[in-house]
Design a protein around this ligand. Sequence first.
Ligand code: PLP
Length: 432
Amino acid sequence: MSRNQSLFERAQRHIPGGVNSPVRAFRSVGGAPRFFAKGEGAHFIDADGKRYLDYVGSWGPLILGHAHPEVITAVQAAAADGLSFGAPIEAEIELAELLCRLVPSLDMVRLVSSGTEATMSAIRLARGHTGRDLLVKFEGCYHGHSDSLLVKAGSGLLTFGDLAQGSPSSGGVPADIAKHTLVLPYNDAAALAEAFARQGDRIAALIVEPVAGNMNLIAPKPEFLATARELTAKHGAVLIFDEVMTGFRVGLQSAQGLFGITPDLSTFGKVIGGGMPLAAFGGRRDIMEKIAPLGPVYQAGTLSGNPVAVAAGLATLKLVQAPGFYKHLTARARQLCDGLSAAAQKQGVAFCAQNIGGMFGLYFTATLPHNFTEVTRADTAAFGRFFHALLETGHYFAPSAFEAGFVSAAHTEADIASTIAAAEAYFQSAGH
Ligand SMILES: Cc1ncc(COP(=O)(O)O)c(C=O)c1O
């Protein structure tokens, strides 16, 4: 038995499903998850000593690759001075200042420890600010696992959950809470207009992934985000861009900079913590001043603004500001998508791919999907076979057809070329 297999068996005795986050379990593709021992740049090495080129990057944070020396040095230096104070530190001011300088919609930010906390807090704040309850979200978007947001959600919920119309996609979410969440189709400006025409005066907030990355990757149609901005402004609702995944992943000003839309509140996570547990929510000063201790909306955290996490975030955000960083990252992701698409086409496989900045989507369909309904028509069995064939040759993609993938600055042109060659060999041998 491989060491991965025996670790998985051992893990299942005391950890539900053997994992601490469901999609890690390989349930939708089958087989035993790999347990990892070490990461180096674009690669990581599992418990059996096998090396993989990593296209998951810890689900987004590792934009510089694994164990970047400058990030590790910053973390070690911070750790040596103490792991947590539960009191303010100078570095959190630096991180808040940096985020506000890089993303113009941010007047103020508050640091938290996970994307879930960031979105949950932003929604509470929007409700406190408007005095309204209703939340608009989109089918297949995932915003973390707080109750209000587990309605028609993406990511693991899309892989495992019950997606009956109007019902919570997780057990344990009271219908009384889910009823305050209105779910609309992604990229449908007409449905948005209708919802606001009917209930605009009840809507506290609209939360959206400006590029959806939890139902594979779905690019926003320009009129979709513009309509969301226009209608929320008109009806006095708070527009929340959930940039936990897209933040500093699609560009230095995040998705809002790329698409030229200014949300009222934004959430960040993943890249801003450089691999440590750190996230943030922020935005308009008049809204942010409603948070305790300035205002009536309560939000707090024992480890918020943790010094070691802040050090990792600052080191990461320093490096992504290097000239040409996003141009290079985008070129690598584009090389991967174009190469895989060409290889599939040559072998007659119904497949397409696209990237936005350093995130990408792979689809076993003939055309790019624009929403949840279209993405769920993809051939998930074909994805599973592709996933295992590439895993075997040392290429680690997300173990689900409904997740975006990521490249890092450590991925080289040669890394991508070898991935394309491995995929082409597979497509050929699979006899498509
Ligand atoms: C867009 C988005 N929002 C929120 C979250 C939740 O973040 P976390 O897993 O850090 O709680 C995720 C996680 O994947 C995400 O992709």
